[in-house]
Design a protein around this ligand. Structure first.
Ligand SMILES: C[S@@+](CC[C@H](N)C(=O)[O-])C[C@H]1O[C@@H](n2cnc3c(N)ncnc32)[C@H](O)[C@@H]1O
Length: 262
């Protein structure tokens, strides 16, 4: 039987936010591959299957192994958190297949199963922060030089984009978010709303609403499963939410919000 390779986004962590298709292909697969934390997220769906758990930083090896297993006839699910096409494994798999001269129609069956990315899940927990144009920047400079990341942050700040920050910090990467905050303060007032979401839809979930001035008081919330959302010039706080107005109040006759930046 011909093998298949599914690159599956399992969403933020809770099965309620996993797509029907993701669950279906994991059940259909005989082999599950993934970073151990992601495999743990689907533990209850994979009993009796061949499971390959990897430690962090073994992505290239993991991608090659998935392709080889599928070519050998296995039905493989490579699991990623969130969406596999956003800072996930989809890119590496396609890069390797392209190098091999893979034929999409005649060659190995590969399917990306999209998932709810962190930007969706974190936004949902803090109101409506992404109603207008936004930019997404990863603070990880393992694969992208820090000067390029800074350039992107500055362009997003100049363009008044709401900014979603993935990979804000790790034990060894501390200065990146601090430098970004300083850079943003050149363009945005200290009162600009900021949301810090740790472990969205996981048992460890913590949500902090703060602002550019005070965000450094919440360093303890930063880590491998934290996403930060920084408002733009029209974003305001309402209770424990961040609202990015769609623009209707200026176009239509909708009353101004009762309170801002509570
Ligand atoms: C390598 S990226 C993977 C992103 C993933 N493919 C996605 O679409 O969400 C890892 C980053 O995703 C974010 N992240 C993953 N799970 C999260 C969660 N449950 N809550 C908040 N942020 C999360 C964090 O910024 C983390 O550093």
């Amino acid at each position: 039987m011909a093998g298949k390779l599914f690159i599956v986004g399992v969403g933020p962590g809770h099965h309620d936010h996993m797509t029907f298709r993701a669950k279906q292909v994991i059940e259909e697969s005989d082999t599950i591959v993934g970073y151990e934390t992601y495999v743990n997220l689907v533990q209850d769906l994979i009993d009796g299957k061949e499971v390959h758990r990897y430690a962090m930083t073994q992505e290239v090896e993991r991608a090659h192994q998935c392709i080889e297993l599928a070519k050998a006839g296995k039905i493989v699910s490579l699991v990623s958190s969130g969406d596999p096409g956003i800072y996930g494994m989809a890119g590496l798999i396609y890069e390797i297949l392209a190098q091999e001269g893979w034929d999409r129609k005649e060659g190995l069956y590969v399917e990306i199963v999209p998932g709810v990315s962190s930007l969706n899940s974190c936004a949902a927990l803090v109101g409506s922060p992404l109603m207008t144009d936004f930019a997404v920047v990863s603070m990880s400079d393992l694969l992208v030089p820090w000067e390029i990341i800074t350039k992107r942050v500055e362009a997003a700040a100049q363009g008044d984009f709401v900014i979603v920050i993935y990979n804000p910090a790790s034990k060894k990467r501390i200065h990146q978010l601090q430098d970004t905050r300083k850079l943003l303060l050149k363009y945005r007032p200290p009162s600009t709303p900021v949301a810090i979401v740790k472990g969205a839809y996981r048992e460890s979930q913590e949500v902090v609403l703060t602002d550019l001035e005070n965000m450094e008081k919440h360093q303890d919330k930063l880590g491998m499963i934290t996403t930060v959302i920084i408002g733009n010039s029209s974003t305001y706080r309402y209770e424990d939410m961040m609202i990015n107005p769609r623009g209707y109040t200026s176009k239509y006759d909708i009353a101004e919000p009762q309170s801002r930046n509570k």
